[in-house]
Structure formats: C-alpha cells, structure tokens
Design a protein around this ligand. Structure first.
Ligand code: BGC
Length: 455
C-alpha cells in the first residue's frame, strides 16, 4: 500500500442537491401531489406528506448538517406551484420564504444554485397540457423572470430545467424497461404511453430552457446558466453482437446526445423526423450540469417493437447493485461521461450523483470511488468545477415513495428526527480538507485501499 493523496482544486464546489417537492412537504398545488392521490401510482400507496419539512423547520436543520459537512455550495429548486399557484397570481410570501432560505445559506457560507423546474408543474399548467404544448414555454419564461427579479441579489447560479430526458421518458413512455414491475422505477404524471408526445415534451422543455436562459441573462449580466442533464452509460450486453451494439447506440443517442446537441448546436426534432435548428437554443449552456447514477446493459429484443425500440435492459450478473435494484454501482462510468462532456469545452458541474442505501453500507465506498473518478478527470484537464451529492437528506423518491433512501442525513419521516450517516461524516472530511488520502480511505472503506493506492 502506498501513502498518497488526491487533491482537488482550491475553489472546488462541494455540496449536495435537493428538489423542492421531495423535501418541502405540504404543497397540494402541483401535479405530483395530485398524482400521489391516485391508486397504484406510488409504491405502497405512500405520499410525500410533510416530506423533510423544508417549508417548516426542516430546512434550517438540514442546512446545519450541510454546514457541519463543510459544504460550500448547495443545489435546491424553487416550486413553480407555490410561486404562481394560479395562472398570473403570484404569491409574494412564497418568494419571501425562498429569500429567507437563500439568506440563511449565505449565512453559512453555502452558495446556492437554483433549479427552476425539477419535475413538478402547477396543476393549472398540467391542465393546460403541461410540456406537451409549446404554449407552456412563455409561461415558464414569465415564471423565470419573476423568480430571477425576486432572487437575483441572492443567487446568480441557475439550472433552468432538470433532466428533460427522464421527465419525458417516465411520464410518456410507460413501456420502457424502467417501468417494468420488476424494476424499481415507476411512472411519473401524466402516466401516458405515447412516443410522439414524449418527443414533443423534450422539444418543448428544451425550448423552455432556451427561453429561460436568455431571460436570465437579460436580467442578470453575471449569471451562470445551465441545464441538469442525466447521462447513463448504455453498453451492449454482448459486445460482439452487432444488434446489441445497435440498440445500445440508439439508446445512447436518444437519452444522452439529443439534449447535448440541443444546448450546444440548437438541434431539436430528432431522433425521429428531421432535425431542425433553433437559433435561440444554440449555445445556451454556460456550463453543463451532469446527473450521473448508473449504467445499463442493453440487449436487442425482437419482442420490444414498442417505445423500447427493440432494446431491453439486462442486469449485469457481476455488478454490485444499490438498494431496490436501483442500478449498478459503476464509478468508472462517471469518468467516461465526464470525458465525453470534456470535449464540449464547457465547464462541468456534477449536479447529482448518489445512490439509495438505507443502511449506509455502500455509500462510503461509493463516494470515494466516484470522487476518485472526478479527480482523475480533473487531472486529465477536464474542467469539473464542483460536485453536488444526491442527496443531503432522505427525501420523497417520486414513484418509489420513501423506500429508497439517498440522504447523507437519515430522516425519520414520522418524527422528523435526523442523524448524520457515517457517509456524511466522510463527506464532511473530504469537503473540509479538499482531498482524499490513504488514511481517510483506511478509516472509511479499508477494502478499497489496495485498489486505490497500490504499493
Ligand atoms: C432526479 C432526482 C431523483 C434522483 C434519484 C434524479 O434523476 O433528478 O429527483 O431523486 O434521480 O432517483
């Protein structure tokens, strides 16, 4: 074993990420709340309820944990349905509450990054067709203007939209593997199964992103604006099979590449039909926000001539899986996607990375091995500027309800009691010292020492 140290750059952003509906609680004005009331939508009929009570006392408690972990950054989202509960009716008290939250983050030296759309829509927006219709784009732009005008003295770091690809697939393509009863992910509202609509939703969200990007820059010169893009690895199950490679390649293009081509080159309307170029969408990323979780092995499957486009995800028998078969733990995949994004020349923030692990027996090793890949990428001159772990505290995991626990802080939803997990202590040491060394790995994940620091 060699004694060695992996150093991170001096101004590196260390934080966690959260989303409003998953932590705030008690908001019945959005489409997710409505969806939760429907039978069979959420595992075991669970509900978001009070969530982590961020609209009450929970926010301050969790920010204390973030400060205790020496986080210097945090990604949170604002809830459109609180700020504009009815069309054109603005709730200034909600904006004031967000102002207070941002101030209390600054008071702890935690720099906020705000997401404007993280999966939820006001009920009135959903009733008008949500992202199925381009008429949502100007509504989202108007909402963006309202938020930026109200909060711009407290934040200049923005994510327009979280994961258009995931939003569209989970809400509009019920037949893909992610929705099989055997896999952990359920469906999102509106629970449709329509490829054409799925594609329209992605396009409209990308147009919404572009409109928000320009609106923010009009209001705030120094703003840094991006989109949080979920990327997965799609590897052929049988690398020698042309058909497996073909379906894996298709999935990669549809899931990973479409959004990149849109933000950088203004291309939309693919993969079905001709691409069109939208001038306003070109170069609408001051940075790329990367959400990375896992990889999928993909196999050609004749029986899936539906929205799965002849592909099936096959479990990798060798892989270590996280709770509930959420996904393979594949740290190298983070380096692979960073390398790919590095070729865009844009700064990269890892805006989400994490795993469900209720008993915290995998998370310490997960953190160390994934951060090692980040370090490796930085050493290859890939401009990775920050890492936001998903998530700070256990939160409402959408269709999985409370079964999957992603927090560095463990939450008892009933009593609202919290406890820092051991992985939270580890993350705190990394954020404070800005490095990972042999001693730290020895204490938190001794089984990794020989692999990470061979003699
Ligand atoms: C989403 C989060 C979600 C996380 C874990 C991401 O795709 O942005 O809202 O909780 O995955 O599943």
């Amino acid at each position: 074993m060699a004694k060695a140290t992996m150093y991170f750059p001096p101004d590196f952003k260390w934080g966690c990420a959260t989303a409003a509906h998953q932590v705030e609680g008690g908001n019945d004005k959005n489409d997710w709340w409505a969806w939760e009331q429907g039978p069979g939508h959420i595992r075991g009929g669970q509900k978001s309820g009070k969530a982590a009570d961020w609209w009450g006392k929970g926010f301050e408690k969790d920010m204390d944990f973030a400060a205790q972990m020496h986080n210097n950054a945090h990604r949170l989202s604002v809830e459109w349905s609180r700020i504009e509960p009815q069309e054109g009716r603005w709730d200034d008290a909600a904006l004031d509450r967000y102002r207070d939250m941002l101030k209390s983050m600054h008071g702890r030296n935690i720099e906020p990054m705000i997401t404007l759309h993280h999966f939820t829509n006001p009920v009135w927006v959903a009733e008008r067709g949500g992202w199925e219709t381009p008429s949502t784009v100007p509504l989202f732009e108007r909402f963006t203007v309202k938020v930026v005008e109200a909060l711009k003295d407290l934040c200049d770091f923005w994510i327009t939209i979280n994961e258009p690809n995931v939003y569209s697939i989970l809400g509009y393509m019920r037949n893909v593997d992610a929705h099989d009863p055997a896999t952990p992910q359920g469906t999102f509202p509106p629970g449709k199964d329509d490829l054409k609509l799925a594609l329209a939703v992605v396009d409209n969200m990308l147009l919404g992103h572009a409109a928000a990007y320009h609106a923010i820059h009009r209001l705030q010169e120094q703003a840094r604006v991006g989109l949080a893009h979920h990327m997965r690895l799609f590897d052929p199950f049988r690398p020698g099979s042309l058909l497996d490679r073909w379906v894996a390649g298709n999935r990669d293009r549809i899931f990973n590449q479409v959004v990149i081509d849109a933000m950088l080159h203004g291309k939309i309307g693919r993969p079905i039909g001709l691409a069109r170029r939208v001038r306003l969408l070109r170069n609408t990323a001051d940075f790329i926000g990367l959400n990375y979780y896992t990889r999928e092995y993909t196999r050609f499957d004749r029986s899936r001539a539906d929205t799965a486009m002849f592909g099936s995800a096959v479990p990798n028998p060798q892989a270590e899986m996280s709770d509930g078969n959420y996904g393979e733990i594949y740290p190298r995949g983070l380096f692979r996607v960073l390398k790919r994004l590095g070729s865009t020349g844009k700064p990269i923030y890892i805006t989400e990375n994490g795993l469900p692990d209720a008993d915290d027996d995998q998370r310490p090793c997960f953190l160390i091995t994934h951060l090692r890949q980040v370090w490796h990428a930085i050493n290859q001159s890939i401009p990775v500027m920050g890492y936001y772990h998903w998530s700070l505290v256990d939160n409402f995991e959408w269709a999985e309800g409370w079964d999957l626990r992603f927090g560095l802080v463990e939450l008892d939803v009933e009593t609202q009691e919290r406890r820092l997990r051991r992985s939270g202590e580890l993350y705190g040491e990394i954020c404070q010292s800005n490095k990972i060394d042999t001693d730290l790995v020895q204490r938190y994940a001794p089984e990794m020492v020989e692999t990470l620091f061979p003699g």
